[in-house]
Ligand binder design. Structure first.
Ligand code: ADP
Length: 199
């Protein structure tokens, strides 16, 4: 079940496409995973990606965990200390195993908080994933609605941040298509509205 809708793209940025469906069925260069900082798998989209992609992804995640100081070019002030997993807002790539993609890019979304504005961390997930995708030479990238499931981010706001951040990236990426893969109609409509609102 999938239906597409292509929004107007910035002349120099990636085309944004919306798909209603399952991200593990997408044929793209890179699939983004809404992971947790352990990188060892979890529920939601993370569980689905590991199930469909097979054990090669987890094997790669384990290797990556062991080499996180090298895998990340720098550690920023206030981030989770290296050794405790991937900091929120950062992204790293592994094999895509048996998925129809070359890479899985794992990013750790922030848990939503009503007392603290963590929008910048959510924006960072999209920015960092696109940066990693660019480094890999990926031209098409599929994103789920990061943080909008178990991590509790309101869909409308999560969609706004996702679309805004990809738009702001503009010519700063070699990625040509960003495909948001939305698991249900509510999520699809939220992204549709965010695209329409941002022209
Ligand atoms: P988080 O912990 O970042 O909130 P979740 O996996 O719980 O991550 O949810 C993120 C979003 O991914 C939610 O909108 C959820 O409905 C959606 N989702 C869950 N499974 C899939 C899937 N197979 N394909 C695409 N999106 C999915």
């Amino acid at each position: 079940m999938s239906s597409g809708s292509t929004g107007p793209s910035e002349p120099t940025g990636p085309t944004i496409t919306l798909v209603l469906g399952d991200i593990t069925e997408q044929h793209v260069d890179a699939i983004v995973n809404a992971a947790n900082s352990s990188l060892l798998g979890g529920g939601g989209v993370d569980g689905a990606i590991h199930r469909r992609g097979g054990t090669a992804i987890l094997d790669d995640c384990r290797r990556l965990r062991a080499s996180l100081p090298q895998a990340l070019s720098s550690v920023r002030a206030g981030e989770t200390p290296i050794g405790k997993g991937l900091p929120t807002g950062r992204a790293v790539a592994t094999t895509a195993g048996e998925l129809h993609a070359d890479h899985v890019i794992h990013t750790v979304g922030p848990v939503h908080s009503s007392s603290e504005d963590r929008s910048e961390l959510l924006a960072s997930c999209y920015r960092e994933s696109l940066r990693v995708a660019g480094e890999l030479g990926a031209r098409s990238v599929a994103f789920p609605a990061v943080s909008t499931g178990i991590y509790g981010w309101p869909l409308d706001d999560g969609a706004r941040i996702a679309v805004e951040t990809v738009r702001e990236t503009g010519a700063g990426t070699s990625v040509e298509e960003v495909r948001f893969v939305l698991f249900d109609e509510t999520a699809y409509r939220a992204f549709e509205a965010a695209l329409a609102a941002q022209g």
